[in-house]
Ligand binder design. Structure first.
Ligand SMILES: [Zn+2]
Length: 185
């Protein structure tokens, strides 16, 4: 399922992201630098990277940014297209999309027919894993990213804090999933 073309593309994205990071002078404490390419017929049509807020938290994930940019570019009335999504992490470790990103992707099924999700995973011989989007969506255990985990912690510590401004759906989604946490990628 993972061919040499995709492996080369993976290496290219990792090099691109590393170059961006060193050019920005930003040093990540968590070494959590991601990049995403949306593929149509195997060809990248949109890119995204994770975005850090000034406090060092990741606020937008690479796959969400790549999809958002593509949506903006395509406009409202574009025909639904079939895509694959490639997510890499510069240190090659697990970059499986988190719960929040999977929900975001699920919300875009009117615009995209998402087929395969490729993500870096050191447990694979090739370093890249391929899973059907529909399979990831139906997995019991979804990965909760560190940013969302901290929101959950803050919320339980002090319900009167900034979470008040978040939507009830968002809070519910965290509450439903907080017991199903898996290792943070
Ligand atoms: Zn994510």
């Amino acid at each position: 399922m993972v061919d040499t073309y995709l492996l080369r593309l993976t290496d290219t994205l990792i090099e691109k992201r590393k170059a961006q990071i060193s050019a920005s002078g930003f040093r990540s404490m968590t070494n959590s630098n991601h990049m995403c390419a949306i593929l149509k017929d195997g060809v990248p049509i949109s890119y995204g990277t994770n975005v850090y807020a000034t406090n060092g938290c990741v606020t937008e994930h690479a796959e969400a940014q790549a999809l958002r940019r593509l949506c903006e570019r395509m406009g409202r009335n574009a025909k639904k297209i079939k895509i694959d999504i490639l997510v890499v992490r510069t240190n090659g470790s697990n970059s499986k999309p988190c719960n929040r990103c999977l929900n975001y992707m699920d919300g875009l099924t009117g615009r995209f027919n998402i087929n395969n999700i490729y993500y870096t995973d050191q447990q694979e011989d090739t370093g890249l894993r391929c899973v059907k989007f529909s399979k990831l969506l139906n997995e019991e255990e979804r990965h909760i990213c560190a940013y969302d985990r901290n929101i959950v912690r803050r919320y339980h510590g002090n319900p009167a804090d900034s979470l008040r401004s978040k939507s009830p759906q968002f809070i519910n989604s965290i509450h439903q999933n907080q017991n199903n946490q898996v290792r943070c990628a």
